[in-house]
Design a protein around this ligand. Structure first.
Ligand SMILES: [Zn+2]
Ligand SMILES: [Zn+2]
Length: 277
């Protein structure tokens, strides 16, 4: 069908690794990766003044279940989604090569509680004293019904609780948006001054995040996408998986691709991810 070709065309040239859930014959859903391929750009990436991006890359990370980590430098240092526990020594090496001392990190913001994002959280806290922070709804989710991972790694009171709204940290002024759909307390960080948006697994280049994992919701995802699309002052989007989306034109084109996906899901004409990857 033409729509499927459209998506193939949009997705195929990209070096992406996107996690989706798959139903086993037993009925249980498991996370499945569409394919891990090396990212362009190498292991170490200083994207702009004060912004470092460490996209997941098995050849640099020593582990396959990971997310793109972001470090924002300032009077205090913020790390977002460091990835899995196994990856931490590799991430430390990558950061050190960029002149970032992990011991100087102050806060670890987790966009959500999935193990590919939060897994390193406990080791990061215990080894380097980095305080973990997450949205209240996500700490409730993690320590309640949860995703099944990391549940025993943290108690609710371990987290600095974040809410939607202005977030001043390290001399910078950020805005946090509650962006459920992939996970109930998903957080997106917007830094208007740097025109940066960190979306976690809300969306990637070419597709939006899975909505059928525990705590996910397709209607909430649609509302979240509408909310993020309206944001001005965004010229760089860092996603939990896959490449950065750089430039207003690329960001708008990506929203158009996502809108097609939303429309097809709403109309029941979505061809299925297996046809896309
Ligand atoms: Zn996730
Ligand atoms: Zn993820």
């Amino acid at each position: 069908m033409p729509e499927a070709r459209y998506f193939k065309k949009a997705v195929e040239p990209l070096q992406v690794s996107v996690w989706k859930s798959e139903r086993r014959p037993s009925g249980r859903r498991v996370a499945k990766c569409s394919g891990l391929r090396a990212q362009a750009g190498g292991c170490d990436m200083k994207l702009a003044e004060n912004i470092y991006f460490y996209p997941e890359d098995p050849s640099c990370d020593g582990a396959v279940l990971n997310a793109g980590a972001v470090v924002i430098d300032g009077a205090q240092k913020l790390i977002i989604d460091p990835g899995s526990e196994k990856r931490l020594p590799f991430l430390v090496k990558r950061m050190t090569a960029d002149g970032l001392d992990p011991a100087t990190l102050d806060l670890a913001l987790f966009t959500h509680s999935h193990p590919d994002h939060l897994g390193a959280g406990r080791a990061l806290r215990d080894t380097f004293g980095v305080a973990p922070a997450m949205h209240r709804l996500e700490t409730d989710f993690l320590t309640g019904t949860g995703f099944g991972f990391n549940r025993r790694s943290f108690a609710r009171e371990d987290f600095t609780v974040l809410e939607e709204g202005e977030f001043r940290f390290g001399g910078h002024r950020f805005h946090l948006y509650l962006t459920p759909g992939h996970s109930p307390g998903g957080l997106t960080l917007h830094w208007p001054e740097a025109k940066l948006l960190v979306v976690g697994d809300v969306y990637f280049q070419g597709t939006f995040g899975a909505t059928d994992l525990p705590g996910g919701s397709e209607p909430e995802m649609f509302r979240t996408l509408e909310k993020l699309e309206k944001l001005e002052d965004v010229e760089l989007v860092l996603c939990g998986h896959g490449p950065a989306i750089a430039g207003r034109e690329a960001i708008e084109e990506n929203y158009r691709v996502l809108a097609r996906e939303v429309a097809m899901k709403k109309a029941g004409t979505w061809p299925g991810y297996s046809d896309l990857f």
